[in-house]
Design a protein around this ligand. Structure first.
Ligand code: NIG
Ligand code: FE
Length: 414
């Protein structure tokens, strides 16, 4: 039995015995303990408290003691929305955009998602695995301790299954927990541009049965957007996913509000993601639902879109999470520290709200709340140790500075 005691923590952030999904005002409630310790056994948090309680709570000190040197210690980021499996980066499109072309114009020219799909279909499973494994290692060092990954750059039966098999291998090989989402409905491939029904039949009759049989996905996603999948098309695809046991977790309201939110709520979606473009009705209906709104501010930042209306959503009582959307087209970064900083700087979230949205609510948005997202007895010891900082608010304030000193995954430093 490996027992590890961590002492001298300046502030232990996110301590909570009975965590729950944080909605509205509750999002700003971030419990913490000053001058704290934490006790870890076999990678699991078994106790924590203030240093003055140490003698009482841990009468027999273990051999293995680490002095945190007055670091702040937080639960690792729970990044509940990424597209981290891709074959190549797309900086050439970035230059087109700088020269004035829009996201939709680039997509219409065969760029965007279709460009990534061509490259992915040419790549081997090993190439995809190796590059994604490296990206996961890199974001882990920046504090990400759990991640969701989508398919959606295959858009053929072979390509989608290849991506999902890569994600399955990542689940087996990575030390952080991973959830897989089937996003075959990311865009219509060129071969089905004029035959939407044909592609939908392929998704439902050729992809979903294999995904279900080989247990390749946890969730079903669909990009519901003008020029991509209509509300009716999303309903057909998502119902077929639900029928084989996949919960919906959906891309809606990035560019337009076309009815994705009410349908997602009707379908009991775990989360609705993006939300750059929300009507007042969308916000009210989301606040009355059990669906989490996942905001992806780095995508809005990179595409120069209006930021998500985080304040309005929180003030209306919604449950919101923050995620990176790490992908080569709209958010070529998986740095959750920047996501948190940007949420404060551009969306006026309080540091406590942003941290909760990127930890406990992110854990809920991928159904990992029983193992991650807070400092709770019985949860995994996946922890961020900061460099010396004057206060918690300094983390988002001093954006762009890497303030993560060390990251612990399953009780071991990586
Ligand atoms: O979440 N919006 C749809 N999909 C991705 C971007 C995909 C791409 O451009 O490669 C997103 O932003
Ligand atoms: Fe996305």
């Amino acid at each position: 039995m490996a027992v590890l005691l961590i002492t001298n923590i300046k502030q232990l952030i996110g301590t909570c015995e009975n965590p729950s999904l944080l909605q509205g005002k509750n999002l700003s409630k971030l419990p913490l303990i000053d001058d704290a310790f934490i006790l870890v056994e076999d990678g699991i948090i078994v106790d924590y408290g203030a240093m003055y309680e140490l003698e009482l709570k841990v009468p027999h000190l273990p051999k293995n003691i680490i002095d945190a040197n007055a670091a702040f210690v937080l639960p690792t980021w729970c990044d509940s929305h990424t597209h981290i499996v891709f074959a190549q980066t797309r900086e050439e499109e970035f230059i087109y955009k700088l020269k004035g072309m829009s996201y939709a114009e680039i997509a219409a020219k065969g760029g965007g998602i279709l460009n990534s799909a061509n490259k992915l279909n040419d790549a081997t499973e090993d190439e995809l695995f190796n590059s994604a494994y490296k990206r996961i290692t890199d974001v882990s060092k920046l504090g990400t301790g759990a991640i969701e990954i989508k398919s959606g750059y295959g858009l053929t039966v072979e390509g989608e299954l290849k991506m999902l098999r890569v994600i399955k291998r990542l689940k087996e090989k990575c030390s952080i927990p991973i959830k897989a989402t089937f996003l075959g409905a990311h865009t219509y491939p060129l071969a089905f541009k004029e035959n939407h029904q044909g592609y939908i039949e392929q998704l439902i009759n050729e992809m979903l049965p294999v995904i279900a049989k080989e247990k390749l996905a946890d969730y079903i996603d669909c990009f519901c957007e003008t020029g991509f999948f209509s509300v009716q098309e999303m309903e057909t695809i998502v119902q077929a996913g639900i029928a084989v046991g996949l919960k919906p977790k959906l891309h809606v309201n990035q560019l337009n509000s076309i009815g994705g939110i009410p349908l997602a709520i009707k379908l009991n979606a775990l989360s609705v993601d993006h939300l750059e473009t929300m009507t007042d009705e969308d916000i009210v209906s989301l606040s009355h639902s059990g669906t989490i709104g996942t905001l992806l501010p780095t995508a809005a930042f990179f595409l120069r879109m209006p930021f998500q209306p985080a304040r309005q959503l929180i003030d209306a009582g919604c449950a919101i999470a923050l995620a990176s959307d790490y992908n080569p087209g709209s958010s070529p970064s998986g740095n959750m520290n920047f996501v948190v900083a940007l949420s404060c700087i551009q969306m006026k979230m309080l540091p406590q709200e942003a941290i909760n949205a990127a930890t406990i609510n992110g854990a809920y948005a991928m159904e990992m709340e029983n193992m991650l997202g807070s400092i709770t007895i019985g949860k995994k010891a996946n922890l961020i140790f900061t460099k010396p900082v004057p206060s918690l608010a300094y983390l988002p304030y001093s954006f762009g500075e890497n303030l993560v000193d060390k990251v612990m995954i399953n009780g071991s430093f990586i």
